[in-house]
Design a binder for this molecule. Structure first.
Ligand code: IMP
Length: 195
């Protein structure tokens, strides 16, 4: 089977990408191949940060497909925060719960709870294209005060997905991976790959 390297240390993301890709690729992480994956996210957009991660791994000449992403949660009444800073909203080395607490603190008293998740995948595979390709997915929902559910990761317990009337953390793996921002970006990638 052909190999694909997923450029992330986030176990939640790895699980989701394995779900999408395992039928087609042997899915590897930087840790699996002894690469210390530590890329400063100095870009100002998801696209830039996603490509920074991709270029870091491309420079290693690994001779396999590489997929990276940059993603985040954008809350309308917080002017799009936390956005590209979603992973470190409450500070470097903060926990998912710290980030959730900060969002809920900042939303106190605000009526508008609309939010969206965004994911930008960057992908490079010599067999597919001679240059990196980008694929974006967005998923709309709202932020609820009472966090609920144990599945998923990050902000999933406070992201309420109206179409299924559940938080992302209350969706099954199958359900989230049909509708999420990451799933939508993956569909774009797959349709381009003709899978
Ligand atoms: P990064 O893409 O590694 O910069 O991190 C994105 C951050 O956004 C994650 O650490 C999570 O906090 C949040 N995030 C991205 N996608 C999801 C998701 O599917 N569920 C919950 N949180 C997410």
């Amino acid at each position: 089977m052909q190999k694909i390297l997923i450029g992330t240390n986030n176990k939640g993301k790895v699980k989701e990408y394995k779900f999408f890709l395992s039928n087609y690729f042997d899915v590897l992480t930087p840790a699996d191949i002894g690469v210390n994956f530590d890329v400063a996210e100095t870009g100002t957009t998801y696209e830039e940060n996603s490509l920074l991660k991709l270029e870091f791994l491309r420079r290693k000449d690994l001779n396999m497909a590489i997929l990276c992403d940059d993603s985040g949660l954008e809350i309308e009444s917080l002017s799009g925060e936390p956005g590209i800073f979603s992973a470190r909203y409450a500070g470097e080395d903060c926990s998912d719960q710290d980030n959730i607490n900060k969002v809920l603190r900042n939303l106190k008293g605000k009526k508008d709870r609309k939010a969206k998740f965004v994911c930008v995948i960057s992908f490079f595979w010599e067999k597919f294209s001679s240059f990196p390709r980008l694929f974006r997915g967005e998923c709309h929902g709202s932020i609820i005060d009472n966090q609920s559910g144990n599945s998923g990761f990050g902000y999933d317990p406070i992201f309420f997905y109206e179409n299924l009337a559940k938080t992302f953390a209350n969706l099954s793996e199958d359900e989230k991976n049909k509708v999420s921002h990451r799933a939508i970006a993956m569909k774009e990638l797959f349709s381009n790959l003709n899978f």
